[in-house]
Ligand binder design. Structure first.
Ligand SMILES: [Zn+2]
Length: 296
């Protein structure tokens, strides 16, 4: 009996991992697990869950929100903003890290609730407006589709988003999605200015075809472009689309009102990029011989 259970569970694990390679994984529990909202530095705040990162940039003319997450997260984002003493309704501009459901499925709801202007990078805008259907990898996976959302303003590489004296710069860092965006801004804290980098995503997801990808032929060139861009960005405060990128859970308890800011981590940024680039190269060389074999 025990043997039987073990075999069944092994079959289940195999079946699930096979599904995972073609389709999205089940929703990880930490995506919808609340996390305290807090000030990172200057006018930049963390308002995300434990697993999905959201950032609020406050200005005298209203606020900018980065990422909308799943629709289930939206009430949590609203509560996080209000807890800090700001108003969700003051969200004037909505931005995203990239057009995957865990970062953009709640956008239609946030637009309805706040009237925010939705700005998305050109490579991701059509995916957002199709509700995920035109995504090169997950377009046919019903679990990763969401409400199609009208983009009010299409962004291009290097575009500046300005509000109330704050400037965010959109850097095209494609590969993970075709319009994957890394956001940079400056924040001032006690007279010192810091370069903030919010990484879009450097991950090669399970099932991503880096070679002979008919749906995204230039995918590996795009990843190469991303490594170049990320390595050139000056970074003091290291952030990203998921808290796991930059050690949110480890750094948050280290915040002290008058101590060093744990989110100032230029070395952590460099290490993270180096590790992710290495993962990409390992996966690329694993896929290359197979592709060569096919053409010979
Ligand atoms: Zn993603």
């Amino acid at each position: 009996m025990r043997q039987c259970v073990r075999i069944i569970s092994r079959v289940l694990v195999l079946a699930l991992s096979a599904m995972g390679s073609a389709f999205a994984q089940a929703t990880p529990a930490d995506w919808t697990e609340p996390f305290p909202s807090f000030r990172i530095a200057g006018n930049l705040y963390y308002v995300g869950s434990k697993g999905l990162a959201n950032y609020l940039v406050t200005t005298p003319q209203g606020n900018i929100l980065i990422n909308s997450d799943l629709e289930r997260n939206v009430p949590m984002i609203e509560a996080s903003i209000e807890k800090l003493g700001f108003h969700f309704k003051d969200t004037k501009i909505l931005l995203i890290s990239h057009a995957h459901w865990d970062h953009d499925a709640g956008s239609a709801m946030i637009k309805e609730m706040t009237g925010a202007t939705y700005m998305v990078m050109d490579g991701d805008a059509s995916v957002v407006e199709s509700g995920g259907k035109t995504d090169f990898q997950y377009g046919k996976d019903p679990t990763s589709l969401y409400r199609p959302t009208k983009v009010n303003h299409v962004l291009h590489d290097g575009d500046e988003v300005r509000l109330g004296g704050t400037v965010l710069v959109a850097h095209l860092t494609p590969g993970h999605t075709q319009g994957c965006t890394t956001w940079t801004m400056n924040v001032t804290e006690r007279g010192k200015t810091y370069n903030v980098v919010i990484i879009g995503s450097p991950n090669v997801n399970p099932g991503y075809k880096l070679v002979d990808n008919a749906a995204y032929p230039q995918i590996s060139d795009d990843y190469e472009r991303m490594w170049r861009v990320l390595k050139l960005l000056p970074c003091d405060i290291f952030l990203g689309a998921h808290g796991s990128y930059f050690g949110l859970e480890e750094k948050y308890p280290q915040i002290k009102e008058d101590g060093a800011n744990p989110f100032v981590d230029p070395e952590g940024y460099k290490k993270f990029i180096a590790q992710k680039e290495q993962d990409f190269r390992t996966e690329l060389s694993r896929q290359q011989p197979a592709a060569k074999g096919k053409t010979e």
